[in-house]
Design a protein around this ligand. Structure first.
Ligand code: SAM
Ligand code: SF4
Length: 337
């Protein structure tokens, strides 16, 4: 029995236990600029501004380097870039990625793939980075519709081919993932994408909605609990037949991966605000006033760090979480809504 993993997010249960015992931060969710070349209607990061433009008070390169050094000092092993806009069009992205590697940390980047050409793929490969490519559907019409850009799928497909040709999915753990949220539009195709991932050594990051930002404007895109449950059961059946007998999943992700990052990670947005994870609505503090170490010991983090949970507590009571429900009634609720 094991978990599906991607390089940079491949911690074992033992790694997590040791990290909790030693109060070690294993991973940092980090944002690049808010600038984006898409405007996906559902995007939780539409909160910053009406448009996905660069913000006046984004972290400078010095601040970003300082943060990476602070993270390294807390034991950090990988940096997961989760936004805010499209990381690969942030002019500081490459400097930041190189700094991570110089410090001995793995870089993992979520991208819509539009600007991923041969040169960029080769550079990411040299850095040993992992890439989670936005992938909503094999059907180009659904895929384009979900990001509100006709013709987008051709860019996505070009990026996928380049990443596969460069061998990102030949490593163990893999360095290639598909990232998608499950909506009414794509829910019927997610099982097919999941199977494709498993068969091609691609990390499937298919998730439920974050309870913030664009989610609220597009609530009618949120699929029914019924359809999510059917999907989860179908994936479980497949997993149990083919691979991970009795695997106990933990939402928000579908399939053989449990999100336990509240035990070992923090999230820093591009304005230097620090949260426990991307599901939080209010920051715990700011790197412009506090150190990362101080915020890693914030009471909100300490409260949840050592606990066990079955479902994503950040989504509790807001978005249908399907089968696995969080059990602890007193888990922090400030994150929600
Ligand atoms: C904000 S995007 C930034 C990286 C890149 N632009 C991309 O789209 O992959 C990071 C991840 O957040 C996901 N995301 C955006 N809005 C979301 C929402 N409302 N609920 C859950 N995930 C969301 C995206 O699908 C993507 O995987
Ligand atoms: S989900 Fe990613 S690509 Fe889409 S608007 Fe948000 S940041 Fe841009």
């Amino acid at each position: 029995m094991g978990e599906r993993r991607i390089r940079g997010w491949h911690f074992t249960l033992q790694d997590v236990e040791i990290a909790v015992t030693n109060n070690q931060l294993l991973m940092l969710d980090l944002e690049c600029s808010n600038l984006c070349n898409l405007s996906c209607p559902y995007c939780f990061r539409d909160e910053y501004a009406e448009q996905h433009v660069a913000l006046p008070d984004e972290m400078t390169v010095e601040e970003r380097f300082d943060l990476l050094e602070q993270a390294k000092a807390l034991g950090c092993r990988s940096i997961k870039i989760v936004g805010a806009g499209e990381p690969l069009i942030d002019l500081l992205f490459w400097q930041q990625a190189e700094k991570c590697v110089d410090l001995g940390m793995t870089v993992m980047v979520n991208t819509n793939g539009i600007t991923l050409g041969e040169r960029e793929v080769a550079r990411l490969n040299e850095l040993g980075a992992s890439v989670i490519l936005k992938f909503h559907s094999f059907d180009p019409e659904i895929n384009d519709f979900m990001v509100d850009r006709k013709g987008y799928s051709a860019y996505r497909d070009r990026a996928l081919k380049l990443l596969i040709d460069a061998g990102f999915n030949r490593d163990t753990p893999t360095r290639l993932g598909f990232g998608s949220i499950v909506t009414r539009q794509n829910v019927d195709g997610v099982f097919g994408m999941y199977k494709y991932c498993v068969e091609n050594n691609i990390f499937p990051l298919f998730k439920t909605w974050l309870p913030k930002g664009g989610t609220w404007n597009f609530r009618d895109w949120i699929p029914s609990v019924e359809s999510l449950r059917t999907l989860q059961e179908k994936i479980s059946e497949y997993e149990n037949q083919h691979w991970a007998q009795g695997f106990n999943r933990c939402t928000p992700y579908f399939g053989g991966f449990s999100c336990m990052q509240l035990h070992y990670s923090l999230y820093v947005d591009i304005q230097a605000n620090v949260f426990h994870c991307v599901g939080d609505a209010e920051p715990m503090g700011s790197l412009r006033r506090q150190t990362l170490a101080e915020l890693w010991d914030h009471p909100h983090v300490l409260k949840i760090k050592g606990r066990t949970y079955k479902g994503c507590p950040k989504r509790a009571g807001v978005v249908p979480r399907t089968v696995a429900e969080a059990e602890d009634a007193d888990l922090p609720k400030r994150a929600v809504g």
